[in-house]
Design a protein around this ligand. Sequence first.
Ligand SMILES: Cc1cc2nc3c(=O)[nH]c(=O)nc-3n(C[C@H](O)[C@H](O)[C@H](O)COP(=O)(O)O)c2cc1C
Length: 314
Amino acid sequence: MKLPELKIGTKIAKVPIVQGGMAIRLSTARLAAAVANEGGIGLIAASGMSHEELRYEIRLARSLTSGIIGINIMVAARDFAGVVKTAIKEGIDLIVAGAGFSRDMFGYGKESGTPIVPIVSSVKLAKISERLGATAIVVEGKEAGGHLGTSTSVRELIPGIRAAVKIPVIAAGGVLSGQDIVDFIKMGANGVQMGSRFAASAESNAAPALKEYYLKSKPEDIVVIHSPVGLPGRAVRTPFSARVMEGPVPPKVCDACLKACKHNFCIIRALTRAQQGDVETGLVFTGEYMPRIKKILSVHEIFSQLKREAAAAQ
Ligand SMILES: Cc1cc2nc3c(=O)[nH]c(=O)nc-3n(C[C@H](O)[C@H](O)[C@H](O)COP(=O)(O)O)c2cc1C
């Protein structure tokens, strides 16, 4: 199948692949721009960044590509509104918002016409999003990495949500091959969002030790932890995640970065340690199917492979 374009508002991606936002600092300008240069949509993970850092990353991405660049931000972040407004002022192409839901966010993009794309995991939230003005939705299933809003497979979620809304639907969770993309397009999705494959790419901003750790992961190493955000989170087992699964590790210092934090550990610091390559004391977010990834590829190689596989897919 020749993959269709993905239209979000006035933006048209030649290839219907969104690179999922991955905090903390796994998906920065370099990865997002590489994806945009291939005709997909690249997302800078803004969670945990100051406004200054975010502005820098957006400007850097713009200097590397004329393609479509968005940001991803956690609704649970205390500074959610400030981050969204900063990105809009920088002329960002779209805002993708996960880990929670905000009715207010749809108003933020109205004046500038910036598409607001919430991540949802139910027919109910998909319909509410459409009614409130979402330009598109990402539908994330249980296979996804990071915070999870459901225990249902995305393959089960898509048909019901497709039937319930008219706006573009982007399927996320466990997409690794061109056949997966074709499957979702045939189910009525307009595109896919992929995280794990890009976390383990050459342009990912993860330290080499983290990328190696991803490649070594086995299905039995993939665990679900309780995130301080109040949601389950999927991770590769590390000594740190094993420890927090036993009980809280209350943070000694706190930046009050979340609107409501469970304080069972500091997620920003734990994700940052992993991003820097500390796979002992870091929290290594991952999708369920990371163990199927055997090689670090460049974004160009990933897109070439996906397009080849999609062309051959039934
Ligand atoms: C390391 C990692 C970090 C992630 N961080 C975020 C995040 O900050 N915000 C978000 O909305 N989703 C986050 N996700 C989810 C991805 O954007 C994407 O939707 C998901 O990983 C798709 O599933 P896949 O990994 O099977 O492709 C993260 C995923 C991974 C693997």
